[in-house]
Design a protein around this ligand. Structure first.
Ligand code: CP
Length: 306
């Protein structure tokens, strides 16, 4: 039984804990499939999203998950809070504790910010993306989607292509996928591949046309133009020519392969619209599964504190 107070990353989570989250998410997905939009799982709980960076999917799905399960859901944007007057993260957290918050979901540009917050508050903390470090709930929903499609992660060949250097999604996926027995290849230009990749027990490639062969899952990553230093790749057009996922490239993968992307998609950069909207695309399925995974996580974390 999941007994932790916080969910800060998949690096320190066990295979058994991941499996419990996935099986609980399966139950939540069944509830959603019955078009049930009110459950009592979080009745009387206060859930706060505290986002220091923009978000569409993560924040909305956490808020929806909390509301579906009967919690009081509150959103705080850093730009509209006393953070803009100089309040520290710890003071903000202590004030949320004082307001009887049960769960704080935080996104922050600094790696480690959720860990700092978790050490200083009574509330459970969920990392919704910290700097270049981790985005564990995105990886959990990605893994859930792969398991839903293929039944098991054992032996699955997953290619993660794109801006690996700046991707917290890639890091969390690698930790989770390796624990569940999938093989992972990361593919990018050398300048977008961080040095630590070999230590993470993944294959590394600079040639998408080669490593995509027989892949079961091809995950494109957003080119994070806002985090780029100059000169990491010559131009968007050249990047797209070598690393863009086109229908022709996708034909090299397994015939039953699926295409995934955490969003937001830069159409024409990492994926063509034909691929993003095609039959093999699971991008919107990921989003709905994200709701089920976040419902599961909110339930498990608050239950373990009861
Ligand atoms: N995948 C993801 O984190 O999307 P948002 O930035 O919209 O939350």
């Amino acid at each position: 039984m999941l007994k932790r107070k916080d969910l800060l990353g998949l690096k320190d989570v066990t295979r058994e804990e991941i499996e419990e989250i996935l099986s609980t998410a399966e139950q939540m997905r069944k509830i959603l499939d019955q078009n049930v939009k009110k459950t009592p799982h979080l009745q009387g709980k206060n859930v706060t999203t505290l986002f220091y960076e923009n978000s569409t999917r993560t924040r909305t799905s956490f808020e929806s998950a909390a509301k579906i399960m009967g919690a009081n859901a509150i959103n705080i944007s850093a730009s509209a809070s006393s953070v803009s007057k100089g309040e520290t993260l710890i003071d903000t957290g202590k004030n949320l504790d004082a307001l009887l918050t049960d769960v704080i979901i935080i996104r922050h540009p600094m790696s480690g910010a959720p860990h700092l917050l978790a050490k200083n508050v009574r509330a459970s903390v969920i990392n919704a993306g910290d700097g270049l470090n981790e985005h564990p709930t995105q990886a959990l929903l990605d893994i859930y989607t792969m398991k839903e499609k293929f039944g098991t992660l054992d032996g699955l060949k997953v290619v993660i292509a794109g801006d690996i250097k700046h991707s917290r999604v890639a890091r969390s996926n690698i930790w989770g996928l390796r624990k569940l027995g999938a093989s992972v290849t990361v593919c990018a230009p050398k300048t977008l591949l961080p040095a630590c990749m070999e230590e993470m027990d993944v294959a590394v490639s600079c040639r998408l046309d080669e490593c995509i062969r027989d892949a079961n899952v091809v995950m494109g990553l957003r080119m994070q133009l806002e985090r780029q230093q100059a000169g990491l790749f010559p131009s968007i057009a050249e990047y797209n020519a070598y690393y863009g996922l086109t229908a022709a490239r996708l034909n090299l993968a397994d015939s039953d392969a699926i295409v995934m992307h955490p969003g937001p998609v830069n159409r024409g950069v990492e994926l063509t619209s034909e691929v993003a909207d095609g039959e093999q695309s699971y991008i919107l399925r990921q989003v709905t599964n994200g709701l089920a995974v976040r419902m599961a996580l909110l339930f498990l974390l608050t239950r373990s504190k009861a």
